[in-house]
Write a protein that binds this ligand. Structure first.
Ligand code: F1P
Length: 561
């Protein structure tokens, strides 16, 4: 256990989350979230003095950069980490403009803009592309503060970029954000990294290089093991927002005081637990009945909806149609990096009017859920009534809105505005965002737990879409089926290629590419093969008869077939 990175460990709090009630699920996730601030075992999370000191150093670095000509701040990451970087860059650039300062924040996400709202996980294994993208974006600048984010201290895409910064210290100051000790950084080799370099080598160099900064608080395992979109993403957001806020408002506050504001706000979410649980229950039933969940919001609130929805695809192998987010204004498109035309693929709608939404949601399966995020013109009585007439559930997440709407009593309201203290506008918005993120993560995670996509606290239908997830899948099969590494790997590979033959002539990269064309339940089928010592074909047949994935672990499915 000791060698397992914290970000991949199982959290004792949620060991039985899969059999809990919706209220229980919400409480357990909340308890795990609070570990980010209050600590885990003998670690103090974001309240650790060493970490708080490092955050103050980070503030000085940002402040200096903001005041230096010909300099930029680049935020880079893969998956959720890249998305949080994008949102921070966009938000704080706006603040720069409001203060008549040049917008200095830039973002890089592995896989480009499409990866902001769709799952493109494989790019995180490529240190060469990471480096090229960094070179390209920083080419014309003299000074660069580079912030590489990888919750597990694992993504080679970010590792390659940090390596490039370390090799060019006259231009780059590198900062690494993640949530494991350096000793637990990933030591797996990836094919594209020359000299057999691993992330661990780079993390070690970062730790021992003067001027480089590593911010790696231990915030405890995720509620669903390995789901770093949850606590990892939240802690990343709190770190970035705290530092950029302090740097840009020339505030004499210390990082500790700002972190305390987040802790209090997130802590008070408990009072809305019952209402969130009601929505989790509806959302779970919705997925079980093959209905859909839709989020609608504008500006960054809308983007948080799209992000939460898109992350369910790799985590739970859900169909992209199960949960989708829709924008009600054009904020998202306006803030994207320039890319070649047609390169951007987004499942979401932009600038939807209530009429557009009404048409888009026309064919939603009965008893779907539409979640409206905060106040906006799209939340109109006529649209709500039209959707309700079709039997859909309507949820309104109220956050910063002070208005009350003429909505009928069948609209379920989650009132998160109670959690936002009165402080300045920038801080209020950031607090609103983190609370919204946690609420959406709870709804989508809870719904998938209820759908049976989690056994104990393990994501048993994870999509094997990069090297990290390939090894995670093998660990899941090994531990749940009690088989050795070789058996788990063999079954996984056979399930990926949908064959009963043994495959020995392919690389991990090829396995991952093959997953892109296989939308079956790759891990559950491999798990069944290992559990019942049967062939791919037999396991697939059993799987097809098993509507609830979790049942294969409890034996319900095996005995019924
Ligand atoms: C990056 C990431 C996660 C995603 C999935 C695959 O992880 O893309 O955001 O949820 O687990 O990996 P990391 O580099 O931040 O550890």
């Amino acid at each position: 256990m000791d060698s397992i990175p914290y970000t991949e460990r199982r959290n004792a709090i949620t060991m039985n989350i899969d059999t809990d009630t919706p209220e229980g699920i919400v409480d357990l996730i909340h308890e795990c979230n609070m570990e980010v601030f209050n600590g885990y075992e003998n670690h103090k999370g974001l309240s650790d003095d060493t970490i708080l000191n490092k955050l103050d150093q980070f503030v000085s670095l940002v402040r200096t950069n903001l005041q230096t000509e010909n300099s930029i701040i680049v935020l880079s990451g893969c998956g959720t980490s890249g998305r949080i970087g994008f949102l921070a860059a966009t938000f704080f650039n706006e603040l720069c403009l409001q203060q008549n300062l040049p917008p200095k924040y830039r973002y890089i996400i592995a896989g480009g803009n499409s990866a902001l709202v769709t799952s493109i996980e494989a790019c995180e294994d490529d240190p060469v592309i990471g480096t090229k993208e960094l070179q390209c974006i920083t080419d014309t600048y003299e000074h660069v503060l580079f912030v590489g984010i990888t919750c597990g201290l694992s993504a080679p895409f970010v590792g390659g970029q940090l390596e490039y910064c370390l090799n060019n210290p006259q231009k780059f100051t590198p900062v690494l954000i993640g949530f494991n000790p350096i000793s637990m950084a990933r030591r797996t080799h990836v094919s594209k990294w020359i000299n057999d370099t691993t992330f661990y080598d780079i993390a070690l160099r970062m730790e021992t290089t003067a001027g480089a900064l590593v911010i790696n608080p231990i915030i405890g395992p995720e509620p669903i093991s390995g789901s770093s979109r949850m606590k990892g993403g939240s802690a990343t957001k709190v770190i970035l927002d705290t530092v950029f806020y302090l740097a840009s408002c020339n505030n004499i506050m210390k990082a500790s005081e700002v972190i305390e504001m987040y802790r209090t706000a997130v802590g008070t979410m408990e009072i809305e637990g019952q209402d969130i649980a009601t929505v989790v229950e509806q959302a779970g039933e919705c997925l079980l009945n093959n209905a859909s969940i839709r989020y609608v919001g504008s500006s960054t609130f809308g983007i948080w909806g799209m992000i939460d929805a898109s992350e369910c695809v790799p985590t739970y192998n859900s169909s992209y149609n199960d949960i989708r987010g829709f924008m009600a204004n054009d904020y998202f498109r306006k803030n994207l990096n320039p890319e070649p035309p047609l390169s951007f693929v987004s499942p979401a709608l932009h600038e939807a009017t209530p009429d557009d939404l009404s048409k888009t949601f026309e064919n939603l399966p009965p008893s779907s859920i539409v979640v409206f995020i905060d106040k906006d013109y799209h939340l109109q009585k006529s649209l709500v009534e039209k959707l309700q007439e079709k039997g859909h559930h309507i949820v309104w997440i109220k956050i910063l809105s002070t208005e009350s709407f003429d909505l009928n009593s069948n609209v379920k309201i989650i009132d998160l505005s109670k959690c936002i203290p009165s402080t300045d506008v920038t801080m209020q918005y950031s607090l609103a965002e983190i609370i919204l993120k946690l609420c959406l993560n709870t709804i989508s995670t809870g719904a998938h737990v209820m759908k049976g996509k989690v056994f104990q606290n393990i994501m048993i239908d994870v999509r094997v879409s990069n090297v990290k997830l390939f090894y995670r899948a093998i660990d899941i099969i090994k531990s749940l089926a009690g088989v050795d590494y070789q058996t788990a790997e063999r079954c996984l590979i056979q399930s990926i290629y949908q064959t009963n033959d043994t495959i020995n002539d392919k690389t991990i990269d090829q396995h991952i590419m093959a997953v892109a064309n296989n939308h079956d339940h790759v891990v559950p089928i491999a798990l069944l093969m290992s559990l019942s010592n049967c062939s791919y074909t037999e396991a697939k047949l059993k799987m097809d008869k098993c509507p609830i994935i979790r049942d294969i672990c409890t034996g319900t499915n095996q005995s019924s077939t």
